[in-house]
Structures are given as structure tokens and as C-alpha cells.
Design a protein around this ligand. Structure first.
Ligand code: SF4
Ligand code: FES
Length: 220
């Protein structure tokens, strides 16, 4: 059985017109989106540009849109019941080439929220305390939440993106950090996140991070 994949093609350096190329790919049970992309690259078109590293859902480099939904391509299996499927670069990012996006705007926003421990307090962290930040520490910075939040990333100017807010929540729950992170969150538009957006983002996160809980925590 073959599945038809429509793949987004664009080269920002050549300023080409965006197009979709169609490829018929033989389906194997358990096939992931990354398997499809590498099959196309190896057997059908070696000019296809895409990113991946670990193949284990850990490095966060392989995010794409599968049928308009952000996913980690290495750990998302193909739904064999759909005859035609689309694979596109992550939404809400500028595209560099084909499935590769430019991370610079996001990293600039990320820098603003100081994504590291600052004004460090020397304290002993108990297991209970450590568990409070555990879920937020699982973020692999894949950008899937950003791709799934057009309400925030396209219209709410000056508002921190969901990846940044998870990082802020991670430090709010770490007693070693000495910054007023909740004030930082307020200043960076945390109130623009509704409960609905929070729930939607939580469902999208491939690491199962409760982004809705992070939003509630920062709004408190
Ligand atoms: S919160 Fe989840 S979806 Fe967002 S960047 Fe981190 S791991 Fe990816
Ligand atoms: S290749 Fe590393 S998370 Fe997918």
C-alpha cells in the first residue's frame, strides 16, 4: 500500500514561490513521519531539507506539521487510513528551506526571559520541592506549542510564547532562583493566555507537559 504525501517546498534564499511536491511512499506498519521524510530523501528526492538528530523524542529538532498539527516527526506514527497527507514546516516560524524553520526569532524571545537560574539562593532542595518543577523540566524546546498557538504568536505582540512560559514556570518552582518570575510573566503578557488555549497547548505538547498548569501558576 502506498500513501500520497504532499510536502511543502520553499527556499528562502532563492525566494522561490511556495509549492507542494507529491510523493507516493510505501507504508510499513509503525512507520513514523520521519521514516516517510527519510524515505523521500533517500529514494525520491535528495534535495529535500529537514532536521533531526536523536530519533528518540529527546533533542527537539524534528518538529513538523502533519496534516496541520504540530508533531515530533521521529515519534509520531502515520495514520494509514488517510490516503493523502501533508507534511509542512512548523507553523508560526519563518521558513528557511522546505521543512527547516528559522529559530532565531524564538531564541531572541527566549533570551528575554532569562532561561537560566539567576540571583541564585543557596538552598537545599528536598525531593518534594524538586518534584514541583519536574514536569516543566521535561521541555525539549521543540517549538510544537508555538506552532499550535497562532492566537499568541501572530496577534499578541510582546507576549511571551508558550515555550518561554514553561521555562518561566520551571524557575518559579525552583527555590534557587532569585528573580521575580511572576512579575516577568505579567509583564510579558501571561494574561493573554486563556484556559482554552492552555488546554489546547497541553494536548499538543509531545512531552505531556501541563502547559495549562504552568499558565495558572504564573497568573496566580
Ligand atoms: S512545552 Fe512541550 S511543545 Fe512546547 S517546546 Fe516544550 S516540549 Fe515542545
Ligand atoms: S529527532 Fe530528536 S526529538 Fe525527534
Amino acid at each position: 500500500m502506498k500513501i500520497k504525501f504532499l510536502i511543502y517546498r520553499y527556499n528562502s534564499q532563492k525566494k522561490e514561490k511556495l509549492k507542494y511536491d507529491s510523493f507516493d511512499v510505501p507504508y510499513n506498519k509503525g512507520m513514523t513521519v520521519l521514516d516517510v521524510i527519510t524515505y523521500i530523501y533517500k529514494h525520491l528526492d535528495s534535495t529535500l531539507a529537514f532536521r533531526y538528530e536523536c530519533r528518540q523524542g529527546i533533542c527537539g529538532t524534528c518538529g513538523v506539521m502533519l496534516n496541520k498539527k504540530p508533531v515530533l516527526s521521529c515519534s509520531t506514527q502515520i495514520d494509514q487510513t488517510l490516503e493523502t497527507q501533508t507534511i509542512e514546516p512548523l507553523a508560526n516560524f519563518p521558513v528557511e528551506k522546505d521543512l527547516i524553520v528559522n529559530l532565531e526569532p524564538v531564541l531572541k524571545r527566549y533570551e528575554k526571559i532569562k532561561p537560566y537560574l539567576d540571583k541564585i539562593h543557596k538552598v537545599i532542595i528536598t525531593k518534594k520541592k524538586s518534584n514541583e518543577s519536574k514536569a516543566f523540566r521535561k521541555c525539549i524546546e521543540c517549538g510544537c506549542c508555538i506552532a499550535g498557538a497562532p492566537e499568541i504568536t501572530q496577534s499578541a505582540k510582546g507576549c511571551m510564547d508558550p515555550m518561554s512560559l514553561v521555562k518561566v514556570a520551571r524557575y518559579v518552582t525552583d527555590p534557587r532562583d532569585g528573580l521575580d518570575r511572576k512579575a516577568m510573566a505579567k509583564k510579558n503578557g501571561i494574561d493573554k493566555y486563556s484556559d482554552e488555549i492552555g488546554k489546547k497547548l497541553t494536548l499538543l505538547c509531545p512531552r505531556g507537559i501541563p502547559i495549562d498548569e504552568a499558565i495558572k501558576l504564573l497568573k496566580k
